[in-house]
Write a protein that binds this ligand. Structure first.
Ligand code: HEC
Length: 114
């Protein structure tokens, strides 16, 4: 290999290195359950969680309820409060299935505060 062909490869190698760095700090990859839970958080719930809860991953603004990135609720805490309601937060039992409630709990466990 000639000297000039080596130098012409350097920018390519640098670009590949930067691309691999970017890929490693991209958005976290979610489990299938959390992906479904993301949709529950943003669309399927009624009223939707995003109306009341700020969460960076969902892009939701500050609302009536606690900021989920600060709260970082456990799965059990989310399942209980969504099923039964807590304070002025309405229960979603009968609106969401048990599976959907588990999915939204998984979603918050994977993204809140990350
Ligand atoms: C009408 C507004 C509203 C909606 C809609 C709502 N929340 Fe809440 N949520 C609140 C408020 C207010 C609190 C604080 C209640 C308290 O501590 O008295 C709360 C508390 C919580 C908590 C913390 C519970 C605890 O143990 O402290 C979690 C987790 C939560 N919400 C998740 C959700 C999820 C998931 C959804 C969608 C399925 C949702 N919320 C929909 C208003 C809402």
């Amino acid at each position: 290999m000639t000297r000039s062909s080596v130098t012409s490869l350097l920018p390519l190698a640098a670009a590949a290195f930067v691309a691999s760095l970017l890929a490693s700090c991209g958005p976290p990859s979610l489990s299938d359950s959390a992906k479904r839970g993301r949709k529950v958080f943003m669309e399927d719930s009624e009223p939707t969680c995003i109306k009341c809860h700020e969460l960076m991953d969902a892009g939701s603004p500050k609302g009536l309820g606690p900021n989920m990135d600060m709260k970082r609720p456990s799965r059990a805490q989310t399942i209980k409060s969504v099923t039964q309601g807590v304070g002025i937060m309405p229960p979603q039992k009968g609106i969401l299935t048990k599976q959907q409630i588990e999915d939204v709990a998984e979603y918050l466990a994977e993204v809140a505060g990350r």
